[in-house]
Design a binder for this molecule. Structure first.
Ligand code: C2E
Ligand code: CA
Ligand code: CA
Ligand code: CA
Length: 279
């Protein structure tokens, strides 16, 4: 129960404790979720702005628990980070996504790309780059097809530690993407220090795109900045034709959002995009 007070929301104690209780259940249950096969992976298409062809997909974790229902990734990823389970959860998603995509799109001509979200905690784990390269080898997928998406607001105190890991991942052939671009503290500094291939304009800019104000100018600026640095620019959260048309005219490279597709199960993805093979 909550009480509205001139734009403020005041929670009663009972709902705070209910929420804390819920979060503790999530932390408790996430331990078993991985072994119980409750985590699944969805794929959201990223299409070329000019040709509208499928170029790649972003893997997004899903958790459906018998008692908690469908838990939003924001909630269980945080719980996994707090309990240290993010390492096994992250690798589970990484491996599953590589297997699914390799199966319906083998290496070579016409192969689609795969983007996987990586938590900052994972990157700072000493074995991370060795583990992901060996998982790719195990599955057979060419690491040059795989993009690791990392959110920018994580590095703040860790730039010195992150830089060598990123260089190594690039040496192995992986692509690196700066996710939620524009929402962190030192976006420009990251571009300057890290070997990035791609930036993803955060959804919040695309949301406010058509309302006037600064978003329009900022989106154009980010696209120009990305291209000047030789990077691919992706816009996320594209929901309307009007947003899409603007991104076409600004020369954005890839778009992702409900206007084209929601995140899809691997079966639905294969069904919808005939170029992918049934397997
Ligand atoms: P993200 O990386 O920014 O992912 C994009 C989110 O926007 C996804 O939410 C996606 O479903 C949603 N989305 C896509 N298109 C649209 C649209 O047109 N409109 C709107 N309103 N939303 C759209 P989702 O799946 O709930 O994931 C939330 C966040 O959880 C992700 O944000 C990512 O940071 C994190 N996450 C998801 N899976 C993983 C994972 O396997 N590992 C890690 N470390 N984080 C993950
Ligand atoms: Ca992402
Ligand atoms: Ca994002
Ligand atoms: Ca986002």
């Amino acid at each position: 129960s909550k009480m509205h007070k001139k734009g403020q929301i005041v929670f009663y104690d009972e709902s705070i404790s209910e929420y804390i209780n819920y979060l503790m259940n999530v932390e408790h249950e996430v331990v078993r979720a991985i072994t119980n096969d409750e985590i699944s992976v969805c794929y959201q298409p990223q299409v070329n702005v000019q040709t509208q062809q499928l170029i790649s997909v972003e893997a997004l974790a899903r958790w459906n628990n018998p008692t908690l229902g469908s838990v939003p990734p924001g909630t269980f990823i945080t719980a996994a980070e707090e309990t240290g389970l993010i390492h096994s959860l992250g690798l589970f998603v990484f491996k599953k996504a590589c297997e699914d995509i390799y199966r319906c799109s083998p290496n070579g001509e016409g192969a689609i790309g795969l983007s996987v979200n990586v938590s900052p905690m994972q990157v700072l784990e000493p074995e991370f780059s060795a583990t992901v390269i060996s998982l790719c080898a195990e599955v057979g997928i060419d690491p040059a097809r795989v993009t690791l998406e990392i959110t920018e607001n994580i590095f703040i105190h860790n730039m010195d530690n992150v830089q060598p890991v990123f260089n190594q991942l690039r040496d192995y052939g992986f692509n690196l993407s700066l996710d939620d671009f524009g929402t962190g503290y030192s976006s420009l500094s990251y571009i300057n220090h890290l070997p990035l291939n791609e930036i993803k304009i955060d959804r919040s800019f695309i949301d406010k795109f058509l309302e006037g104000g600064q978003s329009d100018m900022l989106v154009r600026m980010i696209i120009g900045l990305g291209h000047s640095c030789g990077m691919i620019v992706v816009a996320e959260g594209v929901e309307t034709e009007a947003q899409f048309e603007k991104l076409v005219s600004y020369g954005c490279d890839l778009v992702q959002g409900y206007y084209f597709d929601r995140p899809l199960s691997i079966e639905s993805l294969v069904e919808r995009y005939k170029a992918l093979s049934e397997a």
